[in-house]
Design a protein around this ligand. Structure first.
Ligand code: IVH
Length: 675
């Protein structure tokens, strides 16, 4: 079938626009098209190619969906071996390295390029006349596997080079890896499908790239950064590593924004410290930094020993994983009654912090990892999150060990433990009867963003429960001055203050009250949403799941939890008592649905706001349909910068994102009722 010229041109135009978009998105980190428009153009091209299969070119962006499965990977012999790096762990090892380099080169000071050591897997990409023809894994350094089909599905990797001045043969080397967010999402999906999860992003990246069915790879969130070249034919490249990477970027390859030219060991160490502080905030995992001698003539003079260059070294970060003994498994009961198994560990230093506890999440996780008391386990710690047990070493398991099963009765109150179908969490059914839940529930109820009873913190709540002064939330409002003053550490004066704070809390808002009740799945912004939509507690208490699900942002789980909560007679009783004791809020705060004027917009809040808390601002933005995210990316529409805004503001400026101040925010919020 002859293809009409106009169709041919249309397809070429679409390919170009889509490839350009990819370049702006992945390489320059500054997208020019909204995602929806990109998807629309992609579909348009797919339709044309389906109609006229001859239109399909090797570099068509539609090729990224994967191809028919292979029975095995073909072997690729690397024309230039793919080297590995020697490691330094301490500053003096780095000193030794630098000294050796300087002595061999007979120079005083070396200029290095400092880069991130990405935690993924190395690939070599071969381009002939600008077209990606072969992609291979590192393998043993001499031979790797042909993963061309898989690599073509990774959008950050160009299928065709940009511009005209690229060498006719060019091998680009770099790391394929999985960002942290993609890794977490993938594991959630795996769990939902009942499939095995990956221990870390590196394994996930390797497992995803080495799929015989590249259509699976296509669905995995892999990305790529380049850091070296291999074979180059038919053209001269610049004389320094730094300049070469700049050229790679022009030709269409993403390079790390953290790459930096530094002078001598001092410069390297400063870079190391700087990156160490940024590590947690990076969107992907790194296990150290790499220093490379910048000048290529110097690199050549230095050469390499066995499989590692003399001109580069990896400076590794302290490990975030360590081996230790699992001494016992405790079961904790949270405010919502959730039972969490916690591993008690023989104290172990993990990346500079002593770890004695690690979460085991839930029964499913324990079963999947088959964790038992007495096991030797690998513990992992990342940032502020609770350390977790990655896996056990079965070969070190003591004889007679038993699988661990969560108790059938609550370890705190003895009530039955239930597990809702489809939910991983086991829960105590004791409700406010369970002291564990009572304490957490009271604490939450009194907290600043709920009823805001100043002075009623963890310690006081513990005392109230220990002295058996309160059984449920309403009891707080019946305590006498005498009873307060009688608490250890409280006198007449502090009892006065407490009574005042309690009295003051009686005048509240519906949103705060709903949040204070501690209904599962109802956080601050959902509470606000419910208050806005219903305006009236009675109406909300009799709402059906169907009515609730109609509200944007309220899913089936939240809807079910809200209905169940209000169905419980003891909850209705407490609510009634609270109202009888004088708790009140303005009626019909805002019964009308708020216009979703900010729907589809993503905000990031940073710095200190004067007129409202950040949580307030967040809830109000969400009520108008906006998304509020914690980190700035190219998808952010607005950054709201309060006082003393720091790195997020800087990032917004580099990415060219709209920055507004508190006054600007207030302007946008005009539509949102304050409460
Ligand atoms: S350069 C000439 N640069 O580390 C040395 N490697 O141990 C070739 N890696 O297989 C590698 N980040 O997978 C280089 N910025 C970086 C890197 C990096 C991670 C990995 C790569 C390589 C291994 C070497």
């Amino acid at each position: 079938m002859n293809i009409p010229k106009q169709i041919e041109e249309q397809a070429a135009q679409l390919r170009e626009t889509l490839n350009e978009h990819n370049y702006y998105y992945y390489v320059l980190d500054a997208p020019r098209l909204p995602d929806s428009e990109y998807d629309r153009l992609m579909r348009e091209l797919q339709t044309l190619e389906a109609q006229y299969p001859k239109l399909m070119t090797a570099d068509s962006p539609t090729q990224r969906v994967g191809a028919a499965p292979l029975s095995a990977f073909a072997e690729v012999v690397h024309a230039r071996p793919m080297l590995s790096l020697n490691n330094a762990f301490e500053a003096d090892e780095l000193d030794d390295f630098d000294k050796r380099v300087r002595e061999r080169l007979e120079v005083e000071k070396i200029e290095y390029v400092a880069e991130l050591k990405l935690d993924g897997l190395a690939v070599s990409l071969r381009y002939e006349n600008g077209l990606l023809v072969k992609a291979a894994t590192r393998g043993d350094g001499s031979r790797g596997e042909d993963v061309t089909q898989n690599v073509k599905t990774i959008e950050a990797i160009p299928l065709r080079l940009r511009g005209e001045d690229y060498p006719p043969v060019l091998e680009v080397r770099g790391e394929v890896f999985m960002p942290k967010s993609g890794f977490e999402k993938l594991n959630r999906q795996q769990t939902a499908k009942g499939e095995k999860t990956f221990a870390n992003p590196r394994n996930a990246a390797a497992g995803s790239l080495r799929q015989l069915d590249s259509r699976i790879t296509a669905r995995r969130p892999l990305t790529f950064l380049s850091y070296a070249v291999g074979v180059v034919e038919g053209a001269e490249l610049p004389g320094s590593h730094y300049e070469i990477l700049q050229r790679l970027q022009v030709w269409g390859f993403p390079i790390s924004v953290q790459m930096l030219v530094v002078q001598g060991v001092q410069g390297c160490l400063e870079y190391y410290q700087d990156i160490l502080t940024q590590r947690e905030a990076l969107p992907f995992e790194i296990d150290g930094v790499v220093y490379k001698v910048n000048r290529l003539d110097q690199q050549e003079t230095l050469g390499f020993v066995s499989r590692a260059p003399r001109w580069a070294i990896a400076h590794k970060f302290p490990a975030q994983e360590a081996l230790t003994q699992l001494l016992d498994i405790d079961v904790q009961v949270g405010r919502t009654g959730a039972l969490t198994p916690v591993a008690r560990l023989a104290p172990i230093n993990v990346g500079g912090v002593t770890v004695t506890n690690a979460t085991l999440h839930n029964q499913d996780e324990i079963d999947r990892k088959d964790v038992r008391v007495g096991d030797t386990v690998i513990v992992r710690r990342a940032g502020d999150v609770i350390p977790e047990v990655v896996r056990v070493l079965p070969e070190k398991r003591p004889e007679n060990s038993q699988p661990f099963v969560l108790p059938e009765h609550c370890p705190v109150c003895g009530s039955d433990v239930t597990r809702v179908e489809d939910e991983a969490v086991a829960r105590c059914t004791g409700g406010l009867f369970c002291p564990a839940q009572r304490k957490e529930a009271l604490q939450h109820f009194a907290s600043r963003r709920a009823m805001e009873i100043e002075g009623l913190g963890e310690k006081r709540v513990e005392q109230l429960i220990a002295d058996e002064l309160v059984e449920n939330l309403a009891d707080i409002y019946t305590l006498s001055h005498e009873q307060w003053a009688g608490l250890e550490g409280m006198g007449k004066k502090s009892a006065d203050k407490m009574m005042k704070a309690i009295e003051k809390s009686k005048s509240t808002t519906l949103a705060r009250f709903l949040y204070a009740l501690g209904i599962r799945e109802v956080g601050e912004s959902t509470a606000r949403l419910l208050a806005q939509q219903f305006g009236d507690l009675e109406k909300l208490m009799s709402a059906t799941r169907r009515e609730l699900k109609k509200i944007p942002d309220i899913g089936p789980v939240a809807a079910k939890s809200i209905v169940t909560f209000f169905q419980q007679p003891h909850n209705r009783e407490v609510i009634q008592r609270l109202q009888d004791l004088g708790l009140h809020w303005p009626q019909n705060e805002s019964p009308v649905a708020t216009a979703q004027t900010l729907s589809g917009k993503t905000f990031v809040l940073t710095g200190t706001l004067n007129g409202m808390t950040r949580d307030d601002a967040k809830a109000r933005l969400q009520a108008l349909g906006a998304k509020v995210s914690n980190s700035v990316s190219k998808k952010t529409d607005y950054v709201v910068a309060g006082e003393k805004a720091g790195s997020k503001l800087e990032k917004a400026r580099t990415l060219g994102i709209n920055v507004i101040d508190e006054a600007g925010l207030l302007g946008l919020l005009q539509n949102a009722p304050a409460n």
